[in-house]
Design a protein around this ligand. Structure first.
Ligand SMILES: [Fe+2]
Length: 182
């Protein structure tokens, strides 16, 4: 057992986060322009994934498809930019095709974010994106240093099973632009 991890785990438990953060909801890849289908085929060749839903993020010049293994979570989300100036394509030019974020389902996102801000965690936006009416609320942390990927907290309402609303995915993607990581 790593003492440093146990210490953080106990700290997290004391804040109440242990009961608020439930499970992995989706894993999001960003891949090169023109390689979304290739990435999906590669994954489907290794794991019996089935094609689930595809979304076009017009404001960000990007397209996002999703894969599901049986009816289990996490859903696999694969995005590609459609133009060279798309945030997704700029990200991939810098880091290569890879995982961009892991999204964790939470119970009370306001509470989670409040606790984490108090603990010094930094987010890519100063507010939570989405609303109860839209069926989803989400926020991105800054990328982790050692593994350089983002953690997303996501809360769902009324059985909404998408990964963003068309109105907020642009804002969410846009929020990563200031990181110098876009
Ligand atoms: Fe996500």
């Amino acid at each position: 057992m790593l003492e440093s991890v146990s210490k953080i785990h106990n700290e997290i438990k004391d804040t109440g986060l242990k009961d608020l953060i439930i499970k992995l909801d989706h894993v999001a890849y960003r891949v090169k322009k023109g390689e979304r289908e290739k990435a999906m085929v590669e994954l489907a060749n290794l794991v019996p994934y089935k094609d689930y839903k595809t979304f076009k993020v017009i404001s960000m010049n990007a397209i996002t498809s999703t894969l599901k293994l049986h009816e289990t979570l996490p859903v696999i989300v694969v995005s590609e930019g459609l133009t060279n100036d798309s945030i997704v394509e700029k990200y991939v030019k810098k880091f290569g095709g890879r995982i961009h974020h892991f999204a964790y389902l939470v119970k009370d996102i306001e509470k989670v974010v409040k606790i984490q801000i108090e603990r010094g965690v930094k987010f890519t936006t100063d507010h939570i994106i989405g609303s109860e009416e839209e069926g989803i609320k989400q926020i991105f942390t800054l990328p982790t240093e050692a593994a350089n990927h983002i953690i997303e907290y996501v809360q769902r309402f009324g059985g909404f099973d998408g990964f963003f609303t068309p109105s907020n995915v642009g804002a969410l993607m846009k929020s990563t632009e200031q990181l110098g990581e876009a």
